[in-house]
Design a protein around this ligand. Sequence first.
Ligand SMILES: O=P(O)(O)OC[C@H]1O[C@](O)(CO)[C@@H](O)[C@@H]1O
Length: 244
Amino acid sequence: MRIYIEEDYVSMSKKAALIVASQIILNPKSVLGLATGSTPTGMYQELIEMYKSKEVDFSETTTFNLDEYYGLEREHKSSYYTYMMDVFFKYINVQKNQIHILNGKAQNVVTECLAYEELINSVGGIDLQILGIGANGHIGFNEPSKKLNVTTHLVQLTEKTIQDNSRFFDRKEDVPREAISVGIATIMKAKKIVLLASGRNKAEAIMEMTSGYVNTQVPASILQTHSDVTLIIDKEAGVLIESV
Ligand SMILES: O=P(O)(O)OC[C@H]1O[C@](O)(CO)[C@@H](O)[C@@H]1O
C-alpha cells in the first residue's frame, strides 16, 4: 500500500485528480468506480477544471458509483444520483449511457444488485476505484460485519453512519436506514484502488486500516491485501500513523 500524507484537503484533492486524469489519458476507455460524500468533492472540482482546460476528456469513460440510499428516488436532493450530477457529471462530457448508479427505488433489490454486478463484469471490471472511508472504517456502504466477502447487496446502516450522514439531510430521521452498496468482493476486484481521507475524525479508521491486521470490524483494513492500493490523506487524517 502506498501512503501519501498531504498538507491539506486541497493538495489531497489535486493529487487524487492527477491520478484519475492520468488513468484516463493513458486509457480513455477506462472504467472508473466513483465515490460520494464530502471527501471526493474537491477531487471532482479539480477534474472539472482539467476537463475545461482540455487536459482530460471523459467522452469514452465508463463510471460505476459505489452506493445509493435505499428508498430514495434519484431526484431526491440527498440521493447520491443527485450528488454525482450536481458535483461532477453535469460539468464534464461523460456520456449519460456510460454512467451507472444503483437505483435506490429498485422494486427488486436482488435483481438490481445482480444486474449491477453483471454490468461491471461485462465491461471488464473496474480499472480504477476511488474510495472514501467512514469514521467506522466502512468503504462504500460496507459497514463493519462478520462477513465482508460479498458482492453488491442491501446494507443496514449503522447508527454511527446514520448520525455522520445526517448532515446531508434536513433531519436525522430523514436518513434512510438502508442502502445498496457495491460489496467488498467487487471492490477488491478493481485493478487499482485510491482511498481518500481528510480530517481528524478519520484518523482512527486510517490507523486501523493500515495496522497490518485485517479486521472485519474495520472493513477498509481488507485493502491491505490488495496489490495496488494508494492512500491519499491529509495530515489530520494521518495524525495517528507514521509517515511513509
Ligand atoms: O466523505 P465522507 O462524507 O466523510 O463520507 C465517507 C464515506 O461515507 C459514504 O459516503 C457512505 O456513508 C461513503 O460513500 C464514503 O466513502
